[in-house]
Design a binder for this molecule. Structure first.
Ligand code: ADP
Ligand code: ASP
Ligand code: MG
Length: 480
């Protein structure tokens, strides 16, 4: 059972979590918890302040968050547990202060020390939640997730290693065998040398899946602030509705193409062990939420949802040398490989290739190498929109329907058929909300009037990801 940041945002939220876990006590749960909402952002900002040479202010900036933890403890814990937790917070504050000082004096230490600092978010929330659960009569024990989740050294986006399975079992099973309830922080791990790492923003979902798979859990539950995976991002489409059942592949595509409710890597460990994933609302636990299962069980075959991801950069490489030549695409992808840049969507013609990338930080070094291959054109601040559903596999006319609905909006990089459950295309940031709303109306809101094809609004979209957006609107072009 994984509880996200908003599920532990205040004392009342902690109380709700305790009730939910208590109700599930007979099923032998293992609890994973995120940092209290907003704390990871504050911790990252504090690292930035220390890096810019202001360690004192960096530590001070965390005071409101430490105070939130103390207020929750004071409200929910007995005097003895409360004073123990006060000591835990005081120790955390002193340790973070030391780490800020080290970063300010030696900025090269920032990548590993940033993860070390950020880990206090999940360490504190898991200790507090274990204490709150004990207060509710459960035999809860906090475990340091860094001893279970073993990773490589890619700080900030660490990749779990196979050792995680044995390490998790060694940590968790003895507690379960003695009828204790293990509580672990999500998101954090450590290298084989014991150096703290993190799994990337939103990574607590991934921790839950890794732990669930390691323990051969009956179900992996993601408890969040909405009633399951919805037909669209509810911040864009108010009418978005819960999808009762999704296949693993549908859920993976939605998560990958921006549905923030699930970290994109969550589904793979569940697939590996064929464990159902359930997404539920910690504020309305009685709601059924979404069940994610293997394809064969996930009927009916319809369009299930629209996902979107903003802050996307597209790169187009054009070269007549591509015509009839072999080895061109290998060379092209090698450039992205050398610069550690992941490519999402690819479309090609006889003489050009378009690629979309999510993280454009290495683009300035990458472009000169691409220019060896052809003319390079870069467009920033694009949005990927993805229509997902097993229904796309064999329903004729879906693409025609989708594009006629959004016909006034310019689309590019259309990709259909590469995955049998996904139709993907790119629009300008300013037209994304309009495109999603139009599609949602036609796909999910029965009897809705077909939208006026001429009116195209330019409503801004919320962030689909926790990562910072890149500068908008710029268009660069160069001759190779
Ligand atoms: P948590 O803190 O529980 O991990 P997140 O904020 O990471 O929660 O994810 C839940 C949020 O994801 C929702 O509040 C919603 O705004 C957003 N979201 C985006 N797309 C979807 C979608 N298709 N279905 C449900 N939620 C979505
Ligand atoms: N606390 C981490 C974050 O804010 C991990 C998570 O919430 O899943 O990204
Ligand atoms: Mg999340």
């Amino acid at each position: 059972m994984k509880f996200g940041g908003t599920s532990v945002e205040d004392a009342n939220a902690f109380r709700n979590v305790a009730k939910i876990v208590l109700a599930a006590a007979d099923s032998i749960p293992v609890v994973i918890v995120s940092a209290v909402s907003g704390f990871t952002n504050s911790l990252l900002q504090s690292v930035d302040r220390a890096f810019r040479g202001d360690p004192r202010h960096a530590t001070r900036s965390l005071e409101p968050d430490f105070a939130r933890h103390l207020a929750i403890a004071k409200e929910l814990l007995n005097a003895e547990s409360n004073s123990k937790f006060e000591h835990t917070v005081a120790t955390a504050r002193a340790e973070v202060r030391q780490l800020h000082k080290i970063i300010a004096a030696h900025p090269v230490t920032t990548p590993p020390l940033q993860d070390e600092i950020v880990a206090y978010g999940e360490q504190l929330s898991s200790q507090l939640l274990a204490a709150v659960l004990r207060e509710h009569g459960l035999a809860a024990r906090q475990l340091d997730a860094r001893r279970s989740i073993k990773t490589d050294e890619s700080y900030g986006a660490a990749v779990p290693l196979p050792e995680t399975v044995d390490a998790t079992r060694a940590e968790v099973m003895p507690l379960l065998e003695s009828s204790k309830l293990p509580v672990l922080g999500g998101f954090i791990g450590s290298t084989s040398n014991g150096v703290t790492t993190t799994l990337g923003r939103g990574g607590s979902d991934y921790t839950a899946a890794l732990v669930g798979a390691a323990l051969d859990a009956r179900e992996i539950q993601i408890w969040t602030d909405v009633s399951g995976v919805l037909t669209a991002d509810p911040r864009v489409v108010q009418e978005a509705k819960t999808i009762p059942v999704l296949s693993y592949q549908e859920a993976a595509e939605l998560a990958y193409f921006g549905a923030k409710v699930l970290h994109p890597k969550t589904i793979q460990p569940a697939i590996d062990k064929n464990i159902p994933v359930r997404v539920c609302n910690s504020r309305v636990p009685a709601d059924a939420g979404t069940l994610i299962v293997a394809e064969s069980e996930a009927t009916p075959q319809t369009i299930k949802a629209i996902a979107h991801k903003n802050g996307i950069t597209t790169v187009q490489v054009t070269s007549a040398r591509m015509l009839g030549a072999y080895g061109f695409l290998r060379k092209l992808f090698e450039v992205f490989d050398q610069h550690h840049t992941a490519v999402d969507v690819v479309t090609t013609s006889e003489v050009s290739v378009s690629l979309s990338i999510d993280d454009a930080t290495r683009l300035p070094e990458l472009i000169p190498d691409l220019e060896q291959l052809g003319t390079v054109e870069v467009e920033e601040d694009r949005n990927i929109i993805s229509v997902v559903g097993e229904g796309l596999r064999n329903k004729p006319g879906i693409a025609a329907k989708v594009f006629s609905v959004i016909s006034p909006i310019h689309v590019s990089m259309i990709s259909v058929g590469a995955s049998s459950v996904n139709l993907t295309f790119m629009v300008d940031a300013e037209h994304a909300a309009e495109a999603i709303t139009r599609l949602h109306r036609v796909c999910f809101e029965e009897n809705a009037a077909v939208p006026d094809k001429k009116a195209v609004s330019t409503q801004a979209l919320p962030e689909s990801r926790a990562t910072a957006p890149i500068a908008s609107g710029a268009r660069r072009s160069s001759r190779g």
